[in-house]
Design a protein around this ligand. Structure first.
Ligand code: Z5A
Ligand code: MG
Length: 212
């Protein structure tokens, strides 16, 4: 063999309020990176396809009710059940672009009244993102975008509280992007910054752990 180490993939997360544009941006970013020859997969949390994911989905669509602490732990467990796969993909050189992560987990539960440190606890030790794009939009402007569906948190009052918590979680991995710009303008920022992050990971930047 050449003895070359091709380096690991980057963990890139998109966060933001409902209707901030995360899903649209994730899909476009992943296909752009792929077109550039990057090994990449687009993921999302909650992953509604697992047994735990189906319980979460039933809760979000208001078909079942759950204690706030119980649903918090389910969202977290839904990330933990994908943890070893996440790590092995990253180690094998695949970049992951993930729609929502631990920040959403904490933001929604704290908005419902749970304690911040308690909420962070079960997230600690998950792979930490190398880069978080926070798609910044006010709850009011987001609400005006086609209106909300019928899921549990799709209400202005809740979204306003979530926005406040999100902003308190900002750390050094975060890049806030003005999400009221055009889809294309936002996408070009995401592309440029993602390529930088991927190069850093390729050249040996260590994978960190969440909130430890
Ligand atoms: N949740 C939680 O409590 N705990 C957790 O740990 C996790 C999640 C992971 C489901 O999430 C709920 O679970 C969520 C948080 C909670 N509840 N809430 N709120 P989800 O990810 O499944 O939610 P979603 O419904 O798929 O995504 P979204 O947040 O509603 O939307 P988005 O992905 O941010 O936006 P989008 O679908 O890309 O775009 C929305 C619309 O805006 C669409 O019509 C676009 O065409 C339009 N759009 C997008 N960008 C623009 C720009 N730049 N300009 C104009 N219009 C735009
Ligand atoms: Mg979405």
């Amino acid at each position: 063999s050449s003895g070359e180490n091709t380096g690991r993939g980057a963990l890139i997360v998109l966060e933001g309020l409902d209707r901030s544009g995360k899903s649209s941006q994730c899909a476009q970013l992943a296909s752009y990176l792929e077109s550039q020859g990057v090994a990449v997969e687009a993921w999302r949390f909650p992953d509604r396809t697992t047994a735990m994911g189906r319980m979460i989905s039933s809760y979000l669509s208001c078909q079942t009710d759950l204690d706030a602490a119980a649903i918090h732990l389910l969202f977290s467990a839904n990330r933990w059940e994908k943890c070893s796969l996440m790590e092995s993909k990253l180690k094998a050189g695949t970049t992951l672009v993930i729609d929502r992560y631990s920040y959403s987990g904490v933001a929604f539960s704290v908005a419902k009244g749970l304690d911040l440190d308690w909420c962070k606890g079960p997230e600690a030790g998950l792979p930490a993102p190398d880069l978080v794009f926070y798609l910044d939009i006010s709850a009011e402007v987001a609400a005006a975008r086609g209106g909300y569906g019928g899921e549990r948190y799709e209400k202005l009052e809740i979204q306003k509280k979530v926005e406040k918590v999100f902003k308190s979680l900002k750390d050094t991995t975060w890049q806030s992007v003005d999400a009221t710009q055009s889809i294309d303008s936002i996408q070009s920022v995401l592309r440029e910054e993602s390529v930088k992050a991927i190069n850093e990971c390729q050249s040996g930047k260590q994978l960190m752990q969440m909130w430890l």
